[in-house]
Write a protein that binds this ligand. Sequence first.
Ligand code: XMP
Length: 326
Amino acid sequence: DWVMGDYIAEAVENIRKQVGNEEVILGLSGGVDSSVAAALIHRAIGDQLTCVFVDHGLLRLNEGDMVMEMFARNLGVKVIRIDAKEKFMGELAGVPDPEAKRKIIGKEFVEIFQTESGKIKNAKWLAQGTIYPDVIESAGKGKKGAHTIKSHHNVGGLPEDMHLKLLEPLRELFKDEVRELGVALGLPREMVYRHPFPGPGLGVRILGEVKAEFASLLQRADAIFIEELRNTIDQASQKSWYDLTSQAFAVFLPVKSVGVMGDGRTYEYVVALRAVQTQDFMTAHWAHLPHELLGKVSNRIINEVRGINRVVYDISGKPPATIEWE
Ligand code: XMP
């Protein structure tokens, strides 16, 4: 609409004034905020923007290719894709503790981002998809003395020694405004209205030690769950179960249980499905998904993902459980 059109014109003008003819780098995570920031800044300064996309191997199935397709191919944004799967897997080997895993993933991410962005000549600006609620949250940090349950790290957090100026064009926007802006800038609706995905990715959805083999099983199981949620329409509301839930995903449990398949006995891993409904993610209800939907997802995962022979559904609210399992 015209209001959004005016907003974009003004934001573009501001970015051009701020940046002049200097170069900007941005850490693309595939999340909504960094994606919309990239699209907006690209609209303003085109090739003066270079995005760095670090693929840590703990993304959703085919996420890396989708990010490249959308930004590099469709929007013509300069994106450097760093395949860091082996590096991350190496650093994570033998580490079962959730907070230790978060720290390793955050630290590796910053190091790789720093190295790669250091190669971009004349970069003077670091762009971030910081939105208004992030500004409020970090302003309040330390004051409340609240103790940290999980050390959320935001992908693309600024290492102070990078000596770059900060460009944060979404600082005044709420999430729903960021989404509208994304659509107006030409990002696909289903991308912009995606469920949130944690920075450490599947690293906190594979319980205990992270292994490439587990990540591959989990990616495939998760993709089946999400596909069925998108394809199942609730008759009463005419919305998909994906849109009726705030966050939904599969969790890999590194325990084996016995099953039968054909004439044979199987002894394979378990996947838990988690789907929640929430306004603010501070409290959440487990979603009452239709049994037929759960049944179909379970059958598909067990038939299509060799290595998984049992699927369970998480019926815990937050509190006392958290949304993620780690
Ligand atoms: P919990 O598990 O604390 O999750 O109930 C609340 C919301 O936060 C997300 N989450 C994270 N996001 N880095 C992130 O960027 C993290 O380490 C992290 N841990 C949890 C979670 O996906 C949910 O949306």
